[in-house]
Design a protein. Structure first.
Length: 222
């Protein structure tokens, strides 16, 4: 099986990176440095015309978008239990994963890259300030979700096995520190993120991407 993952350190591609590690998959990680514009190069856009990560390549097959890649990897590696087998529990995990990807993630994009939405510096400042407060509210919602899920006495957000929700929670919390939000404001989330980062398989992805969980304490490496 010739799996290849195109990722950028600290981006949402961290999620499928973790899933491949959790599955014990043999794969080639290919780093795309967004800050150097490598996602806009013709070689990468020939793989994904949108110029975005993640991209999973399986032989001649190419998949983008976290939800699609998650479902595909769960099918390839059922022994890894990346998603629950119970139909309703599986739908609940995908429901939360979709919210992380289509609500919380775009809000952070407004914080991190306000120039995507206006060329005017004053407007950009307003966009960033407004989005920062929305992102804080999203992390508060995520903190409550984590607390409620872990009250059941299971170690991970989908139950017995670590999976996409845990990896995305780490990503979103880490992004919060880039937005200037101290993670201790979200105690359940922050405690869980630190536990996630210590999972042996996820720790390999953290090390490969050289991630700093709290960038307020130490700037992220590029």
């Amino acid at each position: 099986m010739a799996l290849k993952l195109y990722f950028s350190p600290g981006a949402c591609s961290f999620v499928p990176h973790c899933l491949l590690e959790l599955a014990g998959a043999s794969f080639e990680p290919v780093m795309i440095k967004l800050h150097k514009g490598e996602h806009r190069q013709p070689e990468f856009k020939a793989i994904n015309a949108l110029g975005q990560v993640p991209v999973l390549v399986d032989g001649e097959r190419v998949l983008t978008q976290i939800l699609a890649i998650t479902v595909y990897l769960d099918g390839l590696f059922p022994q890894a239990h990346l998603l629950p087998t119970d139909l309703f529990e599986r739908a609940q995990v995908l429901q939360m994963l979709a919210w992380m990807n289509n609500t919380a993630h775009p809000t952070f994009t407004h914080v991190f890259r306000p120039s995507n939405y206006s060329p005017d510096a004053h407007v950009q400042a307003d966009i960033k300030a407004h989005a920062s407060e929305h992102y804080r509210a999203h992390l508060q919602s995520l903190d409550a979700f984590v607390a409620k899920r872990l009250e059941r006495g299971e170690p991970w957000l989908a139950g017995e096995f670590a999976g996409p929700l845990d990896a995305y929670a780490l990503t979103l919390c880490r992004w919060g520190t880039i937005a200037g939000l101290e993670p201790s404001q979200f105690p359940a989330l922050w405690a869980h993120v630190q536990a996630v980062a210590k999972h042996p398989d996820i720790a390999r992805a953290v090390a490969t991407e050289r991630l700093v969980l709290n960038t307020l304490e130490s700037p992220p490496k590029t």
